[in-house]
Design a protein around this ligand. Structure first.
Ligand SMILES: Nc1ncnc2c1ncn2[C@@H]1O[C@H](COP(=O)(O)OP(=O)(O)OP(=O)(O)O)[C@@H](O)[C@H]1O
Length: 229
């Protein structure tokens, strides 16, 4: 383990109310897919521990924006700071990946079958993730390949992994439509789990109940961001 200030979620990186989490700041962020400008000059300040719902039309750039914060879309213009840190070196990118937990909209296609238990363990806090999986009703599926899980079971597994990421020190959680595949009870449960974590939350959602639990709702349209509540 490195110096304490190198750990995601270390107090040196925190700001704001002390409720936990890292602050996120975006200045003039532009992301392209080839010639398409998917994110167009986004400015955003998120305080540590704040919960932001990101809504908007399909194809408006929400996923691209989250992926840029996470470091999965690295070619962007402007500045993205998490806990006051930008990313220039490989070490800084590695820190960013640990600092930000991620619930993807679609699981990455893998060449080898990944077991659900391995997905939970990759959070960095396997025990906490396993407890969360049990609470979310998928604890008994840990030995199943993730490709064999239903959409809702997989989403619950990713949610449990995210709980593990936070336990392992992530200060920001980026969630891309985390309740889209869930039944009504599951949507309620997932929203409760996500919004009660001591972390800064950016959640892409079309679920009004989830948005209502957040501190602010932002809307994205054609790559631009505006505040709606
Ligand atoms: N890998 C890619 N290559 C080319 N174009 C892409 C790629 N990923 C996204 N795009 C395009 O960029 C734009 C923004 O896509 P993005 O996935 O960020 O939107 P979104 O707001 O998350 O959409 P949705 O609500 O449908 O999930 C869309 O026009 C999309 O087709």
């Amino acid at each position: 383990m490195g110096r304490s200030e190198d750990r995601p979620g270390a107090p040196e990186g925190r700001q704001g109310s002390g409720s936990g989490g890292l602050d996120v700041r975006l200045r003039g962020v532009v992301c392209r897919h080839g010639r398409l400008e998917a994110v167009r000059g986004v400015e955003l300040e998120v305080a540590a521990g704040e919960r932001i719902a990101l809504t908007g039309t399909n194809g408006s750039g929400k996923t691209t924006l989250l992926r840029a914060v996470l470091g999965l879309h690295r070619r962007f213009e402007g500045e993205i700071l998490v806990g006051g840190r930008g990313c220039r070196s490989a070490a800084e990118w590695a820190w960013r990946r640990r600092a930000c937990g991620w619930i993807p909209q679609r699981p990455a296609a893998g060449r080898f079958p990944l077991l659900a238990g391995e997905l939970l363990a990759s959070s960095g806090a396997p025990a906490e993730a396993a407890v969360a999986a049990g609470r979310l009703g998928v604890g008994g599926l840990a030995d199943r390949p993730v490709g064999s899980l239903s959409g809702g079971q997989l989403q619950r597994m990713h949610l449990a992994r995210a709980v593990g990421c936070v336990a392992a020190g992530a200060g920001v959680l980026l969630a891309d439509e985390p309740t889209a595949a869930l039944d009504f009870a599951g949507q309620e449960e997932a929203a409760e789990v996500l919004t009660s974590l001591p972390v800064t939350l950016l959640v892409v959602t079309h679920d009004r109940a989830m948005a209502a639990r957040c501190d602010r709702t932002l809307e994205m349209a054609a790559g631009r961001l505006r505040e709606v509540s």
